[in-house]
Write a protein that binds this ligand. Structure first.
Ligand code: TXA
Ligand code: MG
Length: 320
C-alpha cells in the first residue's frame, strides 16, 4: 500500500486506474476519510467489507462527481431531493433514494434504495472526475475505519487503522485534515417527506429553511432501515467515554475552550466553537487511544445546528 501526499494530476489518474482494476483507494473528503472501491465491482466492494470487518448487509454510500450522475444510480427522485442536492452538493450530505439497476445488492445490502453523495474536497472531486473519465460510474466508500471504531479525519489515522490490512497496490491519498470532521447528514428521500437518519453538518435548521417545512428525524423505535451508524455502540475509541461527568486526575478531557481543565486532567482538545468541536472530536479520541488513556470525559456542546450531530456521535462513542 502506498501513501501519497502530493496528489498531482498523474497521481490522481493512477488512483482512478487502480480503482478501475479493482484495488482500494482511501481518499480524503470534507467529512472523514473514505475507503473507496469501484461501486460496480462486486469483488472490490467485497474487499471493503473484509478490510473494515463490516457485516455485508450494511449498505455503502456511492460517491459521484456531480448531480449530473445522479440518474445513473437513482430513480423516482422527489422534487425536494433535487432541491437538497442543488443547494447542498458538493457537501456533507447523503441522500437515500430509490435505486436503479446499476446499484446492486452488494452496494445496498439488498435494500431497494441507494445512498448517494457528492463530496466537497478537491482531492475527492478530482478522483471522482478522473474515475468518470476512465469510464467509471461512482466510488463506494464507507469511512476508512474498522467497523464500530472512530472515523479517520487524516491520512495518518487511516494508516494506523487499516494500513496492515491493505494490499501492495491499494493506495491512501493524503489530503490533509477533514474540515468538517464528522460524517455526512443522511436523509431518507424515499418517502413523500424527507427524514433525517443521521445528523451532520447539513443541519435540520438548514433543511427546514430550504424546504419551508419541518423535516422529520428518525424515530429509532419504529424505523427499521439498516444503518450501522444508527447502532448504539459506534464511533467508539478504546478508552471509555463519559459525557458531562467529573474526571479524575489522569483522565482525558474534551470541552469548549471557555471551560477550564479540572486539576490533573489531560486536556485533549479546547475547540473555540461547535464547528471546531466537530472538526477535532475524532482526532482527540484517537489521541486518547495513542496515549493509552482509559477514560475520556466530554462536556457536550449545547444548542441546535451541528451540536446535535456532535451529541449524536459522543452518545454513540459512550455507549457500552
Ligand atoms: O461522510 C460520510 O458519509 C462518509 C464519507 C466517507 O463520505 N461515509 C460514511 O460511510 O460515513 P459509512 O459507511 O461509514 O456510513 C454510511 C451510512 C451507514 O450508516 C449506512 O447504513 C447508511 O449510510 N446507508 C447507506 N446506504 C443506505 C441505504 N440505502 N439506506 C439506509 N442507510 C444507508
Ligand atoms: Mg462509518
Amino acid at each position: 500500500m502506498t501513501i501519497i501526499s502530493n496528489c498531482t494530476a498523474s497521481i490522481i489518474k493512477d488512483a482512478a486506474l487502480a480503482l478501475k482494476v479493482g484495488y482500494l483507494v482511501a481518499f480524503p473528503t470534507e467529512t472523514v476519510y473514505g475507503l473507496g472501491a469501484d461501486a460496480t465491482n462486486e469483488k472490490a466492494v467485497a474487499r471493503i467489507y473484509e478490510v473494515k470487518g463490516r457485516p455485508t448487509d450494511h449498505p455503502l454510500i456511492v460517491h459521484i462527481s456531480s448531480m449530473n450522475k445522479l440518474d445513473k444510480w437513482a430513480k423516482d427522485i422527489p422534487e425536494y431531493a433535487i432541491k437538497l442536492a442543488r443547494d447542498f452538493w458538493p457537501g456533507p450530505m447523503t441522500l437515500i433514494l430509490p435505486r436503479t439497476t446499476l446499484a446492486k445488492d452488494f452496494i445496498t445490502g439488498g435494500q431497494n434504495s441507494v445512498g448517494i453523495r457528492v463530496p466537497s474536497h478537491t482531492v475527492s472531486l478530482a478522483l471522482l472526475n478522473e474515475f468518470d473519465a476512465q469510464g467509471g460510474f461512482g466510488i463506494a466508500a464507507p469511512s476508512a475505519n474498522r467497523f464500530g471504531k472512530v472515523s479517520p479525519t487524516d491520512a495518518g489515522a487511516v494508516t494506523s487503522e487499516l494500513g496492515e490490512l491493505l494490499q501492495v497496490k491499494d493506495m491512501i491519498l493524503n489530503g490533509g485534515s477533514s474540515q468538517v470532521g464528522i460524517e455526512s447528514t443522511i436523509i431518507d428521500c424515499t418517502k413523500d417527506q424527507p427524514i433525517i437518519l443521521r445528523p451532520g453538518a447539513i443541519t435540520k435548521e438548514m433543511i427546514d429553511s430550504l424546504l419551508l417545512h419541518k423535516v422529520e428525524k428518525l424515530n429509532l423505535d419504529t424505523n427499521k432501515i439498516s444503518a450501522p451508524g444508527l447502532f448504539n455502540s459506534h464511533y467508539a475509541p478504546n478508552a471509555k467515554v463519559f459525557i458531562n461527568g467529573t474526571p479524575s486526575p489522569g483522565d482525558g478531557f474534551i470541552a469548549l475552550s471557555n471551560i477550564p481543565t479540572p486539576m490533573g486532567v489531560i486536556r485533549l482538545a479546547s475547540p473555540k466553537n461547535n464547528g471546531e468541536f466537530a472538526r477535532v472530536l475524532y482526532s482527540s479520541l484517537n489521541l486518547a487511544d495513542h496515549q493509552l488513556l482509559k477514560k475520556v470525559y466530554i462536556i457536550a456542546p449545547t444548542g441546535g445546528g451541528i451540536a446535535e450531530a456532535i451529541c449524536d456521535r459522543i452518545n454513540k462513542a459512550s455507549y457500552r
